[in-house]
Design a protein around this ligand. Structure first.
Ligand code: B4P
Length: 190
């Protein structure tokens, strides 16, 4: 199986590139952000609880997102692999993901890190906030908090995957198509 962790700060283009990558490589897209927003749209208990964290730009508790991913992986049979988008975001989540995939007798093939400059992240998110309705994209202080949370809680995962020899940095600046070509080149040379 080809199991890719698409990694990077908020606004790095994870969701954008995941859509193109699943199509080309025939993989299943698992985005914890998308799953949480769909729970919220359905007004479930989980969604309403998660909103409290998302609205502040904080991470939703590990047990909630790990449980969600476990359900999705268990329900996905007969797939060539997964793109994990926005997950894992903490060491506990990365360890849980390794355990879940081991149960399926598979593992992470690579972690692809989209590297994007700070000011470009803010620009992209504010731009999306204009018409997406996402409140976490409309307020500069929430955006800055998301970037801070990424640097403190999520970026340490770079070392986690480096130690496993699975870390690959990809330049995330440029057009969506240019970045996609770089990602494909990295995947094809794994
Ligand atoms: P996410 O939904 O994961 O959102 P994100 O980090 O902002 O990235 P996203 O993938 O959506 O954006 P992209 O970079 O593609 O998380 C939202 C919240 O959910 C988190 O803050 C947290 O509270 C919670 N959450 C999610 N997962 C969690 C977890 N595992 N644990 C705990 N909490 C969790 O794109 C951004 C914009 O840039 C788009 O408008 C896009 O069109 C544009 N763009 C992309 N590439 C571009 C390019 N090359 N040039 C110009 N614009 C570009």
């Amino acid at each position: 199986m080809l199991n890719i962790v698409l990694f990077g700060p908020p606004g790095a283009g994870k969701g954008t590139q995941a859509e193109k990558t699943i199509e080309k490589y025939n993989l299943i897209h698992l985005s914890t952000g998308d799953i949480l927003r769909s729970e919220l749209a359905d007004q479930t208990v989980l969604g309403l609880e998660a909103k409290k964290f998302m609205d502040k730009g904080e991470l939703v508790p590990d047990e909630v997102v790990i449980g969600m991913i476990e359900t999705k992986i268990d329900r996905s049979t007969d797939t060539k692999g997964f793109i994990f988008d926005g997950f894992p975001r903490t060491t506990a989540q990365a360890e849980a993901l390794d355990r879940l995939l081991l149960k399926k007798e598979t593992g992470i093939s690579a972690m692809l890190m989209l590297a994007v400059e700070h000011d470009e992240l803010v620009k992209r998110l504010l731009n999306r906030g204009k018409d997406s309705g996402r409140t976490d994209d409309q307020d500069i202080s929430i955006i800055e908090n998301r970037i801070r949370v990424y640097n403190n809680e999520t970026a340490p995962l770079i070392d986690y995957y480096k130690q496993q020899g699975k870390y690959h940095a990809v330049n995330g600046m440029g057009t969506i198509e240019e970045i996609f070509q770089r990602l494909c080149y990295t995947i094809d040379n794994l």
